[in-house]
Structures are given as C-alpha cells and as structure tokens.
Design a protein around this ligand. Sequence first.
Ligand SMILES: [Fe+2]
Length: 338
Amino acid sequence: MLSSLKSPEIIAIQEDGRAERGADRCHELTESPDSMPYTIAHLSDVHIPPLPPLSRGDWFSKRILGLFSWHRKWKAEHRMHIIQALQRSLDALAPDHICITGDLTFTTHPGEVAQATRWLESLGAAESISLVPGNHDAYLPGALEQACEAWAPWMTGDGQGRQQFPYLHRRGCVDIIGLSSGIPLRLPRTVGRLGSAQLKGLRALLESIEGDNRPCIILIHHPLQEGAARRGKELLDREALRAVLSEHAVDLVLHGHLHRPARATLQGRRGRTEVLGVSSASAFGDRYAPAHYHLLEFDRDDGQITIALRHVRYDRASDAFVPGEREALTQSFQAEPA
Ligand SMILES: [Fe+2]
C-alpha cells in the first residue's frame, strides 16, 4: 500500500542565489500531493494574433522588421481559430496544471503583452499555470522586463516576494522549475542564454528539493540538446545546463522554440531525463508542424509514480485538437521520500 507523499515545503531563492526552505508548507498553494492522476498540459509558441498597429516610434526600431516578418511569413500560420480550438480542448481534457514555454508574443509590443495577459487570465487560476518567456518575449532591450512584470502572477515562485528566475512551483505531486532563456538580439539571430547567475540558482534549487524525491520538471524555451536548433537559434550555454542536470534528479525538460516536436534523452542522477519539445500551439502547419500540445499524466502504480505522455494534435478537417495514444514515458520511481 502506498504511503502518502509529503506535502512540500516552500523553497525561496535568496538574492545571493541560495535556496532556503520556508517554515510554511504549500497546503494553500497547491492541490494535495496525493491527488492522482495529476495531469499537466504543456504548450508553447502561441504567438497570439493579431499584432497591434505600430506607433510612430516603432518604425525606427527592430520591431518594424518583426512586423514585416509577421505579415510576410507568420500571420497566415498563427491563427486565432486554432487558439480557440486549443481552449476547447483544454476545457474538455481539464488538466490540473498548464505549463507554457514561451513566445506568447511576436515582438513584445505592449499591446501584445496586454493581449497575452488577458489570454493567460482566461486560461484559469494563476496558480494552475507556470510560464516562462521566449526570445520573442524579449524582442527589444527592456521588453523582457516589461513582460515579466505583466506576467509575474504566472512566473513567480511559491513564497517569493518578487519575480525572478529560476522559480519553483510545487503543484500536486510535481515540482516545476521555470528558467528564462530569451535575450534581446539583432535579427535574424534567436539564440538564448541562461547566464551564470541563473545556472547557480538552478543548481541550488535542485539540491534543495532533491531529498523530497518528487517528480521534477524544468521549463525552458530553447532546446538544450545538441543539434536540435541550427546555428543562430541555439541555447548558447546549453552545455553548462546539461552539466547541471546530469548531477541532479530531473525527470522532464519541456521546451518550445523549434515549432516542431523534438525529443531527446539525457542521463541524470535518478535515471533518464526526457527532453520534450512541442510544436506551436497555434500553427496551421503550412510552414512548420501543425499545432500540438503535450498532456502528461502522473499516476501511482504499486508504490511508485509513473509518467505517461499523450500528444494532442490539431486536426484541420475538424478544427479541433485530437488526443493520441497514451505512452509510458519514464521509468517509474519510488514515491516515498528518500
Ligand atoms: Fe522562440
């Protein structure tokens, strides 16, 4: 008979990068860790249309190039009716939590940020969503800071007074860590970088939660595996990130950025770390893969926690998202704290 999972403690990252356990537990922040199965939808790169009209000042910034690219290449791809179909699918499948790996906007225009904020609010309670930004949410110098301020309710760690990365959300039986890899760049580069401070914070966070032996998910916009993104689109410090993960117990890394499904496996301290990349959640599929999202199911089986994956794919004919077969994703591990 399976014993109950411990209710997790709040862990806050301090200004010097240390992770500190709080006296409070997450009872009020999260569902019971015993509630199973626990389901998480993972989606990305929504690039919510339409783009707002440009102001006079935008004509002298990089944003004008983004607008040109949007109208020439992307406006026909990212469609509102697919976002509405996504909403219907999420309503029907009713995941316990939603993880979003960035690129809600195309040029981080204030109007796009406000539009994305309204969309996030429409998805459900802020506690049931974990968000990280992408490179399109850091389009110009200063834009990421504005987006992070607007989206703080979905990107602030449990018990943290202010928004910062990495953050930790302890939800149900799962620990979710959010990283920020978007940086402002000159076109056409869309590389990402975490930086040493964020990697140090990640290491401290992983060390602090390891003893709780809960499933751990990392959210990042850019893929971290070698060769997934071509030159000019890659995560610059991916090797350093992989080195951190190899020393810790991380079960899943969820990313976007590629606009197509991607998959890789890393070796972590507890066993395999599955790396899952998802297509854009709003794509018609003429330029890259059609829209799809991941549905992850955490369940218990004879004293162990198991993780299963379903791809939920957009079908043009029915204008609806269709769930695929359930696939056992990882080796199960002991549900009991070590
Ligand atoms: Fe991206």
